[in-house]
Structure formats: structure tokens, C-alpha cells
Design a protein around this ligand. Structure first.
Ligand SMILES: Cc1cc2nc3c(=O)[nH]c(=O)nc-3n(C[C@H](O)[C@H](O)[C@H](O)COP(=O)(O)OP(=O)(O)OC[C@H]3O[C@@H](n4cnc5c(N)ncnc54)[C@H](O)[C@@H]3O)c2cc1C
Length: 459
């Protein structure tokens, strides 16, 4: 006989799936929550993986946001190492297989798809050679760690100069490997403006990383016991191992086969309540489109922060709620050696494409009163609309202990609430000389922007 309690089934046990399950357990204790998770690592902090490989986090198990026992104590049921094979929306069932191949059919009243993303496999010959790795899950992290421990590689080529490639360049340098980082873009971290990317490249080089930009890797071949990585124009580098970090794509196979509509970047299309086009099926996290709060349209923006929020909303709504996702601004921060770099909202070119009339102004300001020892420069870029004064975006770079993230978060908060650049000056921000200035660097940057905008309009 089928259980008569309402059944919430969730596919995926990472940021989005667990956030959904926790929220459902919190709001609707009468709903039975079951998670089908393809691996054995529910609720691990994927974002912490680079810090495990660097040795800064000694034990991979410390990366767990919560233990399996903590999760089960909330009343959710975890089917680990179980893979969802097929969703049948007409019968409201999911076909699931366990590691022995045994299959069972699970009924749902509401389903949340949180299958995440998978690493892009770029068109490079030799990706399957031993010693070539991708990094996306705890499983792939443990495989990589085993290789590092057993083979003791002394050098690595990292393909991809986005934030994961950069974090791993930092981590493996700390680990003692000679690191070559190869990217296609003209500067590293192409999600920030080129001069800031240049600061980041300088920081990597200062720590011994061989940074190669504007280069497309095409081949990886065995060269004796080493790997020879080559590409255009004119790149060849032998190394003991290769790490591919060229981005992710949404894992949508299951949802697509069930006729879920797809949107931006092939991700599952959801509305702001995290509903798919299929009845009683929600989706959240890296597998879905994300509502952009400024662009007012769905984009693909896979991030841990967003996955947590979307999962929470899907969990709430699948348990009877009606919450809307406020939207993302692509707010992001990365720590690389002694630097941190953060961005939120739109950059100049993105704002132009979106139909704004942007002005971006760069400012350098100290992180606290220079008479107090240890003051360091912050580099701030503020983008605003030159006609309306609306704040559109910001980027901040500086020493990682200069509260980069929290300063950027002031901009992110202002953006979500659609403040003008001028209104940043009204914010009652905290101040003591060892930590800031009466006008915080955020406000100094806002004032510089206003001055430049005034000069422009009076010119
Ligand atoms: C190295 C690294 C560092 C990162 N650092 C940051 C950071 O600093 N800040 C940030 O915001 N983001 C960061 N991210 C991104 C962030 O980790 C992801 O956005 C987030 O983990 C996505 O969560 P998710 O739940 O949507 O999907 P995923 O983490 O991809 O998990 C998908 C889940 O679905 C399960 N699954 C998939 N298919 C099936 C199936 N058929 N049946 C059953 N289960 C299935 C998987 O087992 C897994 O549990 C980082 C990512 C990586 C790889």
C-alpha cells in the first residue's frame, strides 16, 4: 500500500537539493522528503575543494556542511549512490537504480530536480589520458587527491583561466607543484575588467605561476611518462599532470527526456517560483536558468550562493509556499594568494548591451585610515548609468584581508534595491580608523563616479 503522506522527492544532494530538503522539513513536517543522490557525498562544500588540495583544509570530511547523520536527524530520507534514470510526469514517478543495478519506482506528489552541472569537455584530443583530470564533485576531488599523493607530480598544466582554474593554480602552487595556467582569453578571470585581470595575473606570476593567455589548447599526448600539452598559437608544455577547468554546463539529461522546457545555455527553464513547465516539478541550482535582477531576464549563472537560494525557494514552494526568487546579480568573490577580487552586477560592456548608458570609473582608496599601520590600497570600479545615476555594477580588488567581499556586498545590496550611485553616500557604514574611513572606500568610489559623471555632462 502506498504511503498516504505527501511525498516530496528531490533528485540531487548538493547545494540546491539539500537546501530544498531542509526548507521543506522546516516548513512542512508532515511532508515526507526523500533525496535520490547519485554519489555518497550529500551536502559537501564543493566550493571548498581547492582549499583541501592546497592542504589548508586537512581532511576532506571537514568540507561537509552537515554530516549525513545531521541531515537524517531532520527527518529527510537519503538514498545515496542511487541514480534517477527516468522521470515520468504522467504517473508522477521516478525510476531509480541502486549501485547493484536494482531498480525501483518512486512516487512523488512534488518533485525537485537539482541535478547540478557537469564540467565542459572542450575539444582537446587526449582528454581521457591518465593524468588528465577535471574537478567538479567530491568524487573527482578524491580521485585527484589520490593521484597527487601516490604519483607525487611535480608539475601541472591547468587549462582554463576562470575562477576554478585560478583557485587551483593557487592551491597546487601551495602544494609545491610548478603550475602553468593556460587560458584562451587575453587576460585571466575574464569576468572582471582587463586591468583587474592583469593585477590577478601579476599576483599569480609573483607566486611563480607561469601564466599563458590568448592560447587555445588543442592536444594532450603522452611524452614518455609525462604529458605534452600543445595549442595555438605556439604553445607546448610538458607536465606530470593536466587539470581541465573550462567551465560547466547544466546537467539536464533527465529533465529534458521528461520534456522539460530548456532556456538560456540549455538549462532547465524555471519561473521565479522555481517551477518548470511540467506539473508538480520544480528545479533549482546549476541545472536551471537564473533570473537576473538587473537584466530582468533569465540567464545561466551557476553559483553556489544562487543554488542555495533557489533550492530553498523550490523547497518552500513544493511544500505549499509561494515565494519568488528575487534574482541574482552574479555576485562573486575569489581569493588568490594574497589578493581577493570581487564583482557584482553589470560591467560596462554588459550594461551597454542591456541598453543602459554606462560610465565606469576606477578609484584607488585605502582600506583604512593610512595613519593606522597596515593600510593597503583597494581598487574599485563603479559602473552607473550616466543619465539616471542608477548603480549598475561594481568590482573590487585588494588584499584578501581588506574586507573585499563585504565591501562588494554593500554594492550588491545597493544594486538589489536599485539605489543610485549617489545614494551610496547615504549608507550608514561602520567606521573605526584601523578598519575604515569616515567615508568608506565604497563611498569614496561613489563620489569619484559622481564627479566623473558631472564632468562628462558639463563637457
Ligand atoms: C572547485 C569549485 C569551486 C567552487 N567555488 C565556488 C565559490 O567559491 N562560490 C560559489 O558561489 N560557487 C562556487 N562553485 C560552484 C558551486 O559549487 C555550484 O554552483 C554548486 O555546487 C551547485 O550546486 P547544485 O546543487 O546545483 O549542483 P551540484 O553541486 O552539481 O550537485 C548535483 C547533485 O545532483 C546529483 N545528481 C546528478 N544527477 C543525478 C541523477 N541522475 N540521480 C541522482 N542524483 C543526481 C549529484 O550527485 C549531486 O548531488 C564552485 C564549484 C567548484 C567545482
Amino acid at each position: 500500500m502506498r504511503n498516504t503522506a505527501r511525498q516530496l522527492l528531490i533528485i540531487g544532494g548538493s547545494d540546491a537539493g539539500i537546501s530544498a530538503a531542509l526548507r521543506a522539513r522546516e516548513l512542512a513536517p508532515d511532508v515526507q522528503v526523500t533525496l535520490v543522490v547519485a554519489d555518497a557525498f550529500p551536502n559537501y562544500s564543493i566550493c571548498g575543494i581547492p582549499f583541501y588540495h592546497s592542504g589548508e583544509v586537512a581532511d576532506w570530511q571537514h568540507l561537509a556542511h552537515r554530516s549525513q547523520a545531521d541531515l537524517e536527524a531532520t527527518g529527510m530520507r537519503l538514498l545515496l549512490n542511487h541514480r534517477a534514470q527516468r522521470i515520468d510526469p504522467s504517473t508522477q514517478t521516478v525510476l531509480v537504480s541502486d549501485p547493484t543495478g536494482q531498480r525501483q519506482v518512486l512516487h512523488y506528489d512534488r518533485l525537485i530536480v537539482a541535478t547540478g552541472s557537469e564540467p565542459v569537455r572542450p575539444p582537446i584530443a587526449g582528454l581521457d589520458l591518465p593524468g588528465v583530470f577535471t574537478l567538479h564533485t567530491m568524487g573527482s576531488s578524491l580521485t585527484l587527491e589520490q593521484h597527487l599523493a601516490r604519483q607525487q607530480p611535480r608539475s601541472v598544466v591547468i587549462v582554463g583561466s576562470g575562477y576554478i582554474g585560478l583557485e587551483m593554480a593557487d592551491a597546487l602552487t601551495l602544494r609545491g607543484l610548478a603550475v602553468t595556467l593556460v587560458g584562451r582569453a587575453p587576460t585571466v578571470l575574464s569576468t572582471v575588467d582587463a586591468p583587474l585581470g592583469q593585477h590577478v595575473a601579476d599576483e599569480l606570476r609573483r607566486h611563480g605561476v607561469n601564466v599563458v593567455t590568448g592560447t587555445t589548447v588543442e592536444h594532450i599526448e603522452m611524452h614518455g611518462i609525462r604529458l605534452l600539452v600543445s595549442g595555438t598559437p605556439d604553445f607546448a608544455q610538458a607536465a606530470d599532470m593536466v587539470l581541465i577547468a573550462t567551465g560547466v554546463q547544466p546537467a539536464t539529461e533527465l529533465a529534458r527526456a521528461a520534456s522539460a522546457a530548456l532556456g538560456a545555455h540549455g538549462a532547465i527553464q524555471v519561473n521565479r517560483q522555481m517551477e518548470t513547465n511540467l506539473p508538480n516539478i520544480y528545479a533549482a541550482g546549476d541545472c536551471v536558468t537564473t533570473w537576473h535582477a538587473l537584466l530582468q531576464q533569465a540567464v545561466y549563472m551557476p553559483l553556489g550562493t544562487t543554488s542555495h537560494k533557489q533550492g530553498r525557494i523550490a523547497g518552500e514552494n513544493a511544500s505549499g509556499g509561494a515565494r519568488q526568487f528575487a534574482g541574482s546579480l552574479g555576485t562573486q568573490v575569489v581569493k588568490l594568494f594574497d589578493l581577493a577580487i570581487a564583482r557584482t552586477g553589470l560591467r560596462d560592456q554588459e550594461a551597454t548591451t542591456a541598453g543602459y548608458a554606462p560610465l565606469t570609473v576606477a578609484t584607488t582608496a585605502p582600506d583604512h585610515k593610512p595613519y593606522y599601520p597596515g593600510a593597503r590600497d583597494l581598487h574599485l570600479y563603479v559602473t552607473g548609468d550616466r543619465h539616471t545615476g542608477q548603480l549598475l555594477g561594481a568590482q573590487v580588488l585588494g588584499h584578501w584581508q581588506s574586507s573585499i567581499a563585504k565591501r562588494l556586498d554593500v554594492f550588491a545590496t545597493a544594486l538589489l534595491h536599485r539605489l543610485t550611485v549617489e545614494q551610496l553616500n547615504d549608507l550608514d557604514l561602520s567606521y573605526t580608523p584601523p578598519l575604515g574611513s569616515p567615508w568608506d572606500a565604497v563611498q569614496v568610489a561613489a563620489q569619484m563616479w559622481q564627479r566623473a559623471a558631472r564632468n562628462l555632462s558639463s563637457a
